[in-house]
Ligand binder design. Sequence first.
Ligand code: PEP
Ligand code: MN
Length: 371
Amino acid sequence: MELWEINQRSLKFMQFAPLHIWLHSINEPLLISGPCGAESLDQLLKTAKGLNDLNKVSLFRAGVWKPRTRPNAFEGKGEEALKWLAEVKKQFGFKITVEVANAQHTELALKYGIDVLWIGARTTVNPFSVQEIADVIKGVDIPVMIKNPIHADLQLWIGAIERIYNSGTNKIAAIHRGFYYYGKTKYRNKPMWQLPIELKTHYPDLPIICDPSHISGKRELIPFIAQKALDLGMNGLMIESHYDPSIALSDAEQQPTPLQLNELLSKLVLRKQKTGDTIALDKLQQFRNMIDEIDDELINVIKKRTQVIEQIGTYKKEHNITIFQLERWQEILRTRAQWAEKLGLSRLHIERLCQLLHDESIKIQNDVMNE
Ligand code: PEP
Ligand code: MN
């Protein structure tokens, strides 16, 4: 079992409004775009013009307060930029979203008629800040998008959603922007798709938007991540863009121009949740029948393995031998990974499976020994 799995019974019941209700847009998947940061009125208008020409963007984003990991980086233009965004709204009719990280940001965003708020990854981690924001929007019913916390803590993500929900709005979306990872990865933030999938399992009607920009950190990787998000049935994409990324004051490497954005969007394949084609459905059903049979076999094999483990437990008890035998465990991991590789299976996948089987084996032997 993965560490982040949550007991369904401990969760609050919540029901969410569909995206089109609060965006008055029928585009699904929904596209949110705009620069990482609002830098100047000129930058915003040029970027908005480019995006408006595409006719695909439902919500214009720009950070006016930039939460930077280290000081002395571009920290946003604050209130002044909210005035520029009002101009973008006036000239192009875009609905606007900005990031808020505290009560003061939220009050200002409301004052300047921002349509949708978003809570950034560095804020979702802090229940005090999220609660501050929730308190300001009490009774306002403004939509809020909540990015996942920087680290892979699903409880914290759900907790932030609950705080906003408790303020009286059900116009909420989650944004999946990947997770900080200490180690080698080709991503700026590791996607760990299992987390948004688990979130969706708990809250099927919660819209989830993927942010391939902050997952990838590089323009070139955006299409691959965006496609995967669509294939997983996510409801939208938030992709940063800048009319001239080479002069962007933040996240320059991950922003395409509106034209580049259009090109990458045109290559994405939109797959349906279901097909109406009866031949395809028949074929799919045949495959599913095959999987059912294989899983049945698999469970029977696991049952057989369990019976042998019980005998091993009894044997170890009679001969006073410890349950865990390091050498045997290392041998299992090594050999199974080799067998898997020979068959073209992922080594990591089989190692994880062995880990699960081994955990259960220890538990069973423990039960037998202490009967
Ligand atoms: C952003 O969207 O520009 C941003 C700061 O994102 P995150 O909170 O995901 O780092
Ligand atoms: Mn950014």
